[in-house]
Design a protein around this ligand. Structure first.
Ligand code: HSE
Length: 325
């Protein structure tokens, strides 16, 4: 009997201010649902049979679609010799800065791996799975960075130490009080263009400040030290170049900090903005107040509507049902 596999891949916040291309965490409540099943084709083939929630924006040809690319890479890594049908159900906005393409890619790679295990007892390791998702993500972003695909696959808060020669992704254990206020402005930003704007070089003085903050944030989260996290949540590399792509960015940042957030910056390449908070309430009431303050500041300062959200780090990633070696 042929199984159908449905996988939910969470959205993610990447960079987390100081960790350009290296920090990312999965968030609860938003993401993509990806479904795969064995098709009647006898040889290895891949068809995208349904896409919903994308307003017709995503390519339907597998090799031009991030989920299709990731699924094909996972099929190749697994040596799959049968046909697969893939469905993508977007449950989050596209080009929002919340790792939409990464969620599709992570969901597709994980779903193919689960199908292969069920159908033919073939398995994939963690590095192969991350690399498969990266093949998809690279199509959208133009660069190879795992700060969205790794948390989307694995859940939690991660540090991507290196991708070369193989992905070295380290789990960080944030304190239970950590929460995240988000706003999703009515704008869209193309990650590829946003990466090109950064150029290839940074000054040594910026690099020193950045790696000091990156190391400090890792320690602050592991120790549960909110004041240390507050000092580290500063981006000297990407934010100075990218912040003008969200009119009113500085008003939002100030509003978040005044409302009690530990730090606020662009989520990935934006336009979503995130703020990390210390919130021990069950209903995230303090985080919701921060998100509302951010949304109001964006309207006042940038004339732009946005959707406020309050969330926590999601512990379950797309690969949660795979025993990854
Ligand atoms: N680290 C990447 C960037 C994330 O900022 O370009 C893109 O989602």
């Amino acid at each position: 009997m042929s199984f159908e596999v449905s996988v939910f891949a969470p959205a993610s916040v990447s960079n987390v201010a100081c960790g350009f291309d290296v920090f990312g965490f999965a968030i609860s409540g938003l993401g993509d649902l990806v479904r795969v099943r064995r098709s009647s084709d006898s040889g290895p083939s891949l068809v995208i049979s349904d896409v919903t929630g994308d307003d017709g924006l995503l390519p339907r040809e597998p090799d031009r679609n991030t989920a299709g690319r990731a699924a094909a890479a996972a099929m190749k890594a697994l040596g799959i010799d049968f046909g697969i049908e893939l469905e993508i159900h977007k449950q989050m906005p596209i080009s929002s800065g919340l790792g939409s393409s990464a969620a599709s890619a992570a969901g597709a790679a994980a779903a193919v791996a689960i199908l292969a295990r069920n159908e033919s007892e073939k398995s994939i390791d963690r590095c192969q799975l991350i690399n498969s998702a990266l093949d998809g993500e690279q199509l959208a972003s133009g660069g190879r960075h795992a700060d969205n695909v790794a948390p989307s696959l694995l859940g939690g808060f991660v540090l991507v130490r290196s991708l070369d020669p193989v992905p070295d992704v380290i789990e960080i254990h944030p304190p239970s009080w950590l929460s995240c206020a988000l706003i999703l402005p009515d704008l869209s930003i193309d990650t590829r263009g946003a990466r090109e704007r950064l150029g290839d070089t940074v000054s040594l003085s910026s690099a020193i400040k950045q790696w000091a903050n990156t190391a400090t944030l890792s320690l602050a989260l592991e120790r549960g030290d909110a004041d240390m996290a507050r000092r580290a949540l500063v981006d000297h590399i990407a934010e100075p170049v990218r912040k003008d792509s969200v009119p009113g960015f500085e008003d939002v940042q100030k509003a978040a900090l005044s409302a009690g957030a530990l730090g606020c910056s662009l989520s990935g390449s934006g336009p979503a903005l995130f703020a990390l908070c210390r919130d021990e309430t069950e209903d995230l009431s303090e985080t919701k107040s921060v998100a509302t303050a951010m949304s109001e500041a964006l309207l006042r300062g940038g004339g732009c509507d946005s959707r406020p959200l309050a969330t926590r780090v999601a512990t379950r990633g797309a690969a949660v049902d795979l025993d990854l070696s």
